[in-house]
Design a protein around this ligand. Sequence first.
Ligand code: PMP
Length: 361
Amino acid sequence: MARAYNFFAGPAVLPVPVLEQAQREMLDWESTGTSILETSHRSKEYDALHNEAIALLKELLSIPDNYKVLFLQGGASLQFAMVPMNLLPKDATADYIHTGTWSKKAIAEAKLFGNVNTAFDGETVKRTRVPRPEELKLTPGARYVHLTTNNTIEGTQFFSIPDTHGVPIVSDMSSDFLWRPFDVKPFGLIYAGAQKNCGPAGVTIVVIRDDVLAQCREDLPTMLKYATHAKENSLFNTCPCFAIYIVRNVLRYLKAQGGLGAMEAKNRKKAALIYDTIDANPSFFRAPVEKASRSVMNIVFRLPSEELEAKFVAEGKQRRMLGLKGHRSVGGIRISTYNACPPEAVDAVVGFMKEFAKANG
Ligand code: PMP
């Protein structure tokens, strides 16, 4: 059976070799006579896998030694709460850059714990772009500055990280973690649900700097403290072994592909093909996002009517192109082109876009 062209925003397409490996190893993993799903997280085989995943992540991103890599549960949504719970005392302030649906949710959680300064309000630009550096109203002495590097729903992305004058940046990278190499050092904490660019749902990757870890509150429930997981190498309780196994396989795959620099080139090429198709026919396709903020991961656009958008999604599905519908909160079309989305899928969807515009324009 041929694989569909998968453009879902998350959970999203995984590399075929990663899935094939899981399939091959499903009955007998590492000659244990069991699968990874059935093996103790305290076994030496699992331990090696777990540490390999951490080491690969450190290698691919050149993560310095003063950072810990954690594998947590509860999704990025739990991080919206864990970040301020651990890092924002009641009388302190954190700056939040609001650019979309997910930053709004992060802000709502932070307000439960301390003061939130909205350093940029994306509503003023209808969420059509990320802020320019001079627009940020940062608070001197803020505990941290929070931003969402890629806005999965709105289709906007940061291509440079704001200068926060030494204030640690906390970043939700759920939908663009590992799309390219980047300098980890300005970041105090990075979190990313794995289910878009790095693996399946069920594990959230957290990268936290030691000085930030040292500032975390102590008087929290054990499972909600970063310190618990850092101290126990994310093995305080039963970790999501299968999800971490798939992440490890994805990391191996990324390394074999030439690393994140090679991924960046491929990702930019895929996105450019789609944006070029949009721009070549402005009477049919309309991209709401300002050019400099256009996401390389989630490409959103509108067609002349909602009826045509529904038709596009339905016809796409008949051609085995899945996940073309924009998020239910905004409508329109969204094509997600994460690391594992093959160039053939993009060629196919671009061909379909052109044909559809010709037939319906
Ligand atoms: N942040 C971003 C940028 C997202 O795209 C998502 C999920 N779509 C979330 C947070 C929420 O993630 P989760 O469902 O893993 O809690």
